[in-house]
Design a protein around this ligand. Structure first.
Ligand code: SF4
Length: 366
């Protein structure tokens, strides 16, 4: 579900307003947890393990409104427990909508049919429906046969009635950025044929790029995840004799592009779960020095493993990293640029990534 223009506009206006006021830190999302109690018992959920007197507690409508007003964030996320168990949730939602704040109401959908009879659709209200995978995976994790079918039915019902709805089966997050820094201190010892020079200077950075994270589960038990980053980060205003001429050069040791791709497959077993995964990583070309004289070539690695979750507490993991034994260099000899290290003799000192490694581990989770 895309973010509507109204929400983009209001959040951007809020951020611009706070920046104009000179606020360095300000809240963007209020996480309002009105109760810990739930009508499911998902494996691994820490909320429902609280003692009875905590589970019976409820945040009142007045306290919820006071928190919303005091925080001032334009977005309010309401997780739980299961928020729809709270008898005053329709009033809490109505109060937040009246304040024109954007609500993400996270629910397992079991009580949704009753709830929507009391709360009309609004551009300020989105439902975030709890799904942990396709039918078999979800129903196993939530420990409720038929829960997947309830969620699918509720998604259809919400869409027909004109509510905004999203799930966590497809997750994608792209963050576009432009950052500038100035006055960053730098120090490096450079050896010449006769002396050792202590280079001390300051520099600025201009950085534009995007970070991305996405995960999709197209069929039962199979998922694909990708993360990565593209950036154009260059030096600005280098103030030093040794740094002269480096303005516009690529930032030391920052690749323009790097990405990781992980297909994974979950196999439900009678004793727990078995998960097999493979991770392909690509790290692009970098430079080891501000002068961009020392090239660190791009490299690719392959990791793979099998993880067994046995019962509630044990994890057994067999994992191999850098399976192709790729030689990836993360840093070169700082003195090579002056011609005083081994580089002059036809070889260079460098810091490599770890070679191929296999690990077998057993973990007990308390
Ligand atoms: S639905 Fe959420 S709060 Fe309820 S048991 Fe599952 S994970 Fe916990």
């Amino acid at each position: 579900m895309a973010i509507p223009l109204l929400q983009m506009y209001k959040v951007a206006r809020y951020i611009a307003g706070r920046k104009l006021r000179g606020d360095k830190r300000y809240p963007l999302v209020l996480m309002l947890e009105p109760l810990f109690q739930c009508n499911l018992a998902c494996s691994g959920c820490g909320k429902i393990d609280y003692p009875k007197e905590i589970l019976q507690k409820r945040v009142s409508v007045e306290d919820a409104m006071r928190a919303v007003d005091e925080c001032g964030a334009p977005i309010v996320s309401i997780p739980g427990g299961e928020p729809l168990i709270h008898k005053e949730m329709p009033q809490i939602v109505a109060g937040i909508v009246a304040r024109k704040k954007f609500i993400y109401l996270c629910t397992n959908a079991i009580l949704l049919e009753r709830f929507v009879k009391q709360v009309p659709p609004s551009p300020y209200l989105s439902f975030n429906l709890h799904l942990d995978g396709m039918r078999e995976t979800n129903d196993r994790v939530t420990d409720r046969v038929g829960h997947f079918d309830i969620v699918v039915k509720m998604i259809k019902m919400l869409k027909e009635k004109g509510y905004r709805v999203q799930t966590n089966i497809l997750y994608a997050d792209v963050d576009v950025f432009h950052r500038t820094f100035s006055g960053v201190p730098f120090q490096q010892f450079v050896t010449t044929s006769t002396t050792t020079e202590n280079l001390v200077f300051t520099y600025g950075v201009k950085s534009t790029g995007l970070d991305y994270v996405a995960r999709v589960e197209p069929i039962e038990n199979l998922s694909f995840s990708i993360t990565g980053n593209w950036q154009d980060s260059t030096y600005t205003n280098i103030i030093a004799p040794g740094g002269a001429g480096a303005d516009g050069n690529v930032l030391q040791r920052q690749p323009r592009f790097q990405t990781r791709f992980t297909p994974a497959y979950d196999i439900p077993m009678s004793w727990g779960d078995l998960r097999a995964f493979l991770t392909y990583s690509y790290i692009g070309l970098r430079y080891s020095d501000p002068g961009n004289a020392q090239v660190l070539p791009s490299y690719q690695t392959l990791d793979a493993g099998i993880v067994a979750d046995i019962g509630k507490h044990f994890e057994v993991r067999l994992q191999g990293t850098n399976l192709t034994n790729e030689l990836g260099i993360t840093e070169l000899d700082a003195r090579a640029a002056s011609g005083t290290s081994g580089a002059a003799g036809g070889f260079a000192l460098g810091r490599p990534i770890f070679g191929r490694e296999e690990n077998l581990g057993v973990k007990y989770k308390f």
